[in-house]
Ligand binder design. Structure first.
Ligand SMILES: [Zn+2]
Length: 433
């Protein structure tokens, strides 16, 4: 009895596979893995050196930029809160503690003295690491020196020399049209964990508003908070403003971002793994290319590389020849889908939230695919794989006004076609020849 039941079940399953089974492929075009090349801080040679190489090889990149560094930006570095003089005066009688540290840290970098940013960053690094006592000490020392007039004054904040002359909003618009992505790395470049609510929100929202007004809504999907912070409080605010982030992704089955150079084995329960690889001048070309090889061999890999400086300009700069050789190696891998950070995240989120159904109607297969995400941001077509009659030589795929021909592939599981579909109400009709 049990055996009969099993046979009937197996028989139904076989019919389903042949007649109408449709799945969304893990990556577009059924590629084996994905790579996103990302850049932080907008230093000059990312645009002068790396972009021409990427364009020549047909590779898109994602540039996380500090919006106030670009000429003509509306939202400038400012302190949101009470008067800085008042905050300084209070530090005389009240030591820094957990109740006032975020306001004092936020104000510190706007105190018009030399090195204010360095004090803020030193305190911010300690706060980010959870060492609050060390941060209290740094801020108390700083404000004591300020009150005593021991630090030379500096009325205006100096510009970052690595970004001066790097990029205009016109450049960003042109590069976006060419397929690159520009995304928020905040208005300035603060340790977000050290900021109070008003200043945290300013950095997140005003960088988004600047990018929205200059580049349009599609460029507001991604962000990266400076220093790769994983601080829960800062991440909580960030997730209200940006759908996807290189700091942390709110997706199931995803491993935490890996920041070390040691590779972790991939557990089968993880649907995919994201690696975040900071490539610096200490990283050898062999190591960089080895990550690409691993991504090309695995099934569930999204390699996210992080580049800062290039050719002497920016943090831990890579050489031009290493950049060129690394990008050529990526471009040589047919198994890999190279996409902007935003597009790779779009595809993953759309695939994980989409519903796909297919049914046989006469000699046609009717497929529908849709997802509940905001389609102004999540607008990538998905690649569908549908099992077809092995006798079919070619399949005509029609969705709305678009008609394409798809070749029939054969594997040990049967015949199938691969095709792009736009998620939404419009059904897809497959007819065989
Ligand atoms: Zn940065």
């Amino acid at each position: 009895m049990k055996k009969t039941f099993f046979l009937i079940f197996a028989c139904i399953a076989t019919i389903a596979i042949h007649a109408q089974q449709t799945e969304i492929t893990r990556w577009p075009d059924d590629k084996r893995g994905a790579v996103s090349i990302t850049y932080d801080d907008g230093s000059i040679n990312q645009f002068r050196v790396a972009v021409p190489i990427m364009n020549r090889l047909g590779l898109p990149g994602t540039f996380f930029i500090n919006t106030s560094a670009i000429p003509g930006s509306t939202h400038q570095p400012i302190f949101i809160g009470r008067s800085i003089e008042q905050i300084i005066a209070e530090t005389e009688s009240t030591p820094t503690d957990i109740g006032n540290i975020f306001e004092r840290a936020s104000a510190a970098r706007f105190v018009p003295v030399k090195g204010a940013d360095d004090y803020f960053s030193r305190a911010g690094g300690q706060i980010d690491a959870g060492r609050m006592d060390a941060a209290f000490q740094i801020l108390d020392d700083f404000y004591a020196k300020v009150r005593a007039g021991e630090i030379e004054s500096q009325p205006t904040r100096p510009a970052d020399p690595t970004t001066v002359g790097a990029l205009t909003w016109d450049d960003a618009r042109r590069l976006t049209a060419e397929g690159h992505e520009f995304a928020s790395h905040m208005v300035t470049h603060p340790f977000m964990a050290a900021l109070d609510e008003a200043n945290l929100v300013y950095e997140l929202e005003k960088s988004r508003e600047e990018i929205l007004s200059q580049l349009g809504v599609r460029s507001t999907i991604s962000t990266e908070m400076p220093y790769g912070t994983n601080d829960d409080r800062a991440v909580g605010y960030m997730m209200k403003v940006y759908p996807v982030s290189r700091n942390r992704m709110d997706l199931p089955y995803m491993l935490e971002l890996h920041r070390s150079s040691r590779l972790s084995p991939i557990a089968p329960e993880h649907e995919y793994v994201q690696w975040q690889r900071g490539i610096v001048s200490r990283t050898s070309l062999d190591e960089m290319n080895g990550w690409v090889d691993t991504a090309a061999e695995q099934q569930n890999m999204w390699l996210v590389t992080v580049i800062h400086g290039i050719d002497g300009i920016g943090w831990e700069p890579l050489t031009t020849s290493d950049v060129e050789a690394h990008f050529s190696h990526i471009a040589s891998k047919d198994e890999l889908w190279v996409a902007t950070f935003g597009d790779a995240a779009r595809y993953i989120k759309e695939r994980m939230s989409a519903t796909v159904t297919s049914a046989k109607k006469g000699r046609k297969i009717v497929v529908s695919v849709d997802h509940p995400l905001d389609k102004t941001l999540f607008d990538l077509p998905l690649t569908l794989k549908t099992s077809v009659d092995p006798a079919w030589k070619e399949v005509i795929v029609k969705q709305g006004k678009v008609t394409k021909s798809a070749p029939v592939h054969h594997s040990d599981k049967g015949a199938f076609v691969l095709y792009e579909a736009v998620p939404g109400p419009e059904k897809i009709y497959l007819s065989g020849k």
